[in-house]
Design a binder for this molecule. Structure first.
Ligand code: UT7
Length: 322
């Protein structure tokens, strides 16, 4: 049986840290409100000249070193992001060139916070089909560049960063099952109003900012994330009792607690980074995975469930043995 396995991870966080106390000076909010409603205490923000591909390159270097993989071994690059440097060439192409990865398929996924999970699922299929042996998958966001810093409903939630993994073909179990979904009827609840072919005139104005009806998103997120966790376990024929770790999308501590409860999983088995990173959209799951592996909690051979939910709505989960 052929599997794809994660053999290396890495992350990059921009230097600048913005705390809840800093935000108290910018909008009508409080550290207490942000912490109790979201779990966020601080977040990293890119410098004005820094881009998503800059962060991807740094995270990828760490993941390649961790995996002991040279750029010339990589046969495909997949990058999930909602905040690419350019409309085209895509982020994967920019990063491939900067890292000296030879010509290969370079794919961009854009399912908002779920983009990394979609990327892993696509890479897994290419590896299992024999189309690639070694794939670089990254989730990265400069999401603080898409925010209205006067809107307290959104500006307290998000942060920037990049998380990378190296997936390799393996005879040992790795990814056991993936589950993806989307439902476009919820577009109005969470979206960015400017694109390449619609309302481009709004670019650079106050209207160009993430729009979110938070409490409505919250309700669907709780329900959907519980369902995708259970569905991927059923697909793989794995019992929730055999789960060692949950690596969830880090949007809100209360959503994460609800998913853990649905899985009867104590919070000690959940990797939490929301307090330090905020919601980094596509970067949140790979960065949390890297944190859990590097601090020694997630160990080789353990069963890990990753899941995410984002604008669209989109959702997805990956069940794997590390
Ligand atoms: O990653 C992609 C998916 N995104 C998510 O999953 C986000 C899901 N949503 C959430 O995490 C939560 O809904 C939020 C954290 C965004 C908001 O928390 P909430 O408990 O749902 O609050 P709310 O939106 O219902 O607002 C409650 C009150 C409102 O005031 P009134 O109308 O009750 O007087 C808001 O105006 O809190 C107010 N509020 C704030 N107060 C202080 C909203 N933002 C803030 C703020 N500081 N930053």
């Amino acid at each position: 049986m052929t599997y794809s396995r994660i053999v290396g991870t890495g992350r990059y966080l921009p230097e600048k840290i913005l705390t809840n106390f800093d935000l108290e000076k910018m909008v009508d909010t409080s550290d207490e409100w942000i912490r109790t409603r979201t779990g966020v205490e601080r977040r990293h923000c890119v410098a004005p000249e820094q881009t998503t591909s800059d962060m991807c390159v740094e995270a990828a270097k760490v993941a390649m070193e961790d995996a002991g993989v040279d750029p010339t071994e990589i046969e495909m690059v997949v990058i999930g992001t909602t905040s690419p440097d350019l409309i085209f060439p895509n982020a994967a192409t920019l990063v491939q060139h900067r890292l000296g990865i030879p010509a290969c398929p370079c794919i961009a996924t854009e399912e908002a916070c779920t983009s990394f999970i979609y990327g892993v699922s696509i890479a897994d299929k290419f590896i299992k089909a024999g189309e690639a042996k070694c794939v670089l998958v990254i989730g990265a966001e400069c999401i603080t560049k898409l925010i209205d810093w006067n809107d307290r409903n959104t500006c307290v939630l998000f942060g920037d960063g990049a998380g990378a993994v190296i997936l390799k073909r393996s005879d040992e179990p790795g990814i056991l099952a993936t589950h993806l979904g989307a439902d476009g009827q919820y577009k109005e609840l969470l979206y960015y109003p400017v694109g390449a072919s619609k309302d481009l005139y709004k670019a650079g104005t106050d209207e160009a900012a993430i729009m979110m009806t938070g409490n409505e998103v919250f309700k669907v997120a709780v329900k959907t994330l519980g369902n995708v966790a259970v569905e991927v376990l059923e697909k793989a024929g794995v019992s929730k009792d055999d789960l060692d770790w949950l690596v969830p999308h880090q949007a809100n501590i209360r959503i994460i607690q609800a998913t853990a409860k649905r899985l009867d999983l104590p919070m000690e088995k959940v990797i939490l980074t929301v307090q330090d990173h905020g919601n980094t959209s596509a970067a949140s799951v790979p960065m949390a995975l890297d944190v859990g592996i590097r601090d020694g909690r997630i160990k080789k051979g353990q069963t890990v469930l990753m899941e995410a939910f984002g604008g669209g709505f989109t959702w997805g989960s990956v069940l794997m043995q590390l």
